[in-house]
Design a protein around this ligand. Structure first.
Ligand code: 5GP
Length: 193
């Protein structure tokens, strides 16, 4: 098991409805040393790519993406969730259905912060059905920039987002892939990588 898998086994809580709670160390209270380790690991996996920007989605993606952007020495841009409709023109817009809240958000990135010269590394905390990543990919495409890869802290391998994104031909790196989890026993199994 790698450092993140060990931490998930120690402190993750399996909830009904295929939800893994990691709010004691990843997305509510945050273990900063763990975040730094995640940043170094994504840098190791993508260091041969000419990354110019890291892109994530608010809110919990920011904590993971920050140490990654620091390792690469590039700006971090985060897509904002927005309810306002009248923003086209200055903004790239995508629709993202939230796995945890079951609602649809418009996510926006200012055109000032992504351009065709950019080589983008997309980062997020979780991958479930892939809606968040597909929204971020479509924003990069709207900017005519290049998606160099995608990095996820925790992929739920029994949902089909990972399969879909890899099928599109992207390099998708997940630090932990949960193969199965059981809300009754709390048991979590990881995919061998
Ligand atoms: P997707 O768009 O891939 O269906 O879901 C990814 C998003 O939903 C992530 O940005 C994450 O915030 C949230 N998410 C999905 N599954 C889980 C989960 O099991 N636990 C937590 N804490 N968040 C999740």
């Amino acid at each position: 098991m790698n450092f993140l898998e060990e931490r998930i086994v120690k402190d993750g809580i399996v909830k009904p409805g295929n939800v893994l709670k990691v709010d004691s160390f990843l997305n509510h209270q945050m273990d900063i040393a763990l975040m730094d380790e995640i940043g170094k690991e994504f840098h190791r996996r993508f260091k041969d790519k000419p990354i110019t920007k890291v892109l994530t989605i608010e809110a919990s993606g920011i904590a993971i993406a920050y140490p990654v952007a620091r390792e690469f020495g590039v700006p971090l841009v985060f897509a904002k969730k927005s309810k306002s409709i009248n923003i086209e023109g200055e903004m790239y817009v995508a629709e993202v259905e939230s796995f945890t809240h079951k609602n649809v958000n418009q996510v926006i990135v200012s055109k000032k912060f992504l351009s065709p010269e950019d080589h983008v590394l997309i980062i997020d905390d979780f991958l479930a059905n892939g809606c968040a990543l597909q929204g971020l990919i479509s924003i990069v495409e709207s900017a005519e920039a290049t998606v160099e890869g995608l990095g996820i802290a925790i992929e739920k391998g029994f949902q089909d987002g990972g399969w879909r994104i890899r099928n599109l031909g992207y390099q998708l790196e997940s630090l932990a892939i949960v193969e199965s989890m059981d809300a009754e026993t709390g048991a979590i199994e990881f995919r061998e990588q």
